[in-house]
Write a protein that binds this ligand. Sequence first.
Ligand SMILES: [Zn+2]
Ligand SMILES: [Zn+2]
Length: 322
Amino acid sequence: MPRKFFSKKRSIAQEQDILSLPAPTEPPKLTSRRIGIHTSSSGGAQNAAERAYRLGCNTLQIFSSSPRQWAPYELKKSHCDEMLLLRKKYDLNPLVIHTNYLVNLAGTTESFLKKSIEAFRGEVERALALCAAYLVLHPGSFRGADREQGLLRTAAAIRAATQALDLEKGGLTILIENTAGAEYSLGGTFEQVAEVLEHLRGLVPIGSCIDTCHTHVAGYDIVSEAGMKETLAQLDATIGLKEVRVWHCNDAKAARGSRLDRHQQIGKGTIGLEPFRWLLNDPRLAHAAFIAETPIDQPGDDRRNVETLKSLVEPSGNGRPA
Ligand SMILES: [Zn+2]
Ligand SMILES: [Zn+2]
């Protein structure tokens, strides 16, 4: 997700909060895939579950605290309980949490790294309290060191931050997200993400989240059919398709290879509609959740993007995720 994601554009969502509209009279039509969108937790995490349901989702992603503040954040037990109840009632799975943007686990300044590790530990604790399945993390920025050291630092920091927390028991897996690869940011190639996973395998439950916009602007071809085939083959050979538990489904405003991370509505950018159809219908990816992080330019864009993704899933007959 780009840093700009939660800025101005997102505020339209507040004005047109789906919770202020009449509740739907019947449950949304679902597909054989898990499809959702990054959803506002305004008013408490439990509100995100109600919003996601009303947006037509059967999975969701949230921030568990303010995405741009260091202040420690305590979740209310009652909010966590209600979140779990609503998720059961609406069958909203998996719950994905996206880490705060300030966290940089590859940081080279001692004090900043310490702050990041503490903040990330808070993320893990809140993810456990919310019974989330996944916590998505960008591998960080290696400014001040070299890339190889950066990847090692990130892996070491994840270990340090999760010390004495039982992720396995909590059913929580940390997902390393690939990035647009701008400047010093780690994770611009599948190999770099795979390397972080390699350092942590057997130590912390770990997997990956692949963002279509990041993949495209980092230079991979997912637009031509042959290109998508080749890109998925590379992904399988490095990270492994099974390890990709979440696909961030975002179209891109910028050109392939530009390293500019600007998300666009599904089908309206430089990626276009077809690549999303291929991903959603690939049986090798059926285990994953598909979650949009698209901008809200017009009220209702969130609902429409979920609708668009769902419309691309070919009927499989059983109507339930594999
Ligand atoms: Zn992200
Ligand atoms: Zn993303």
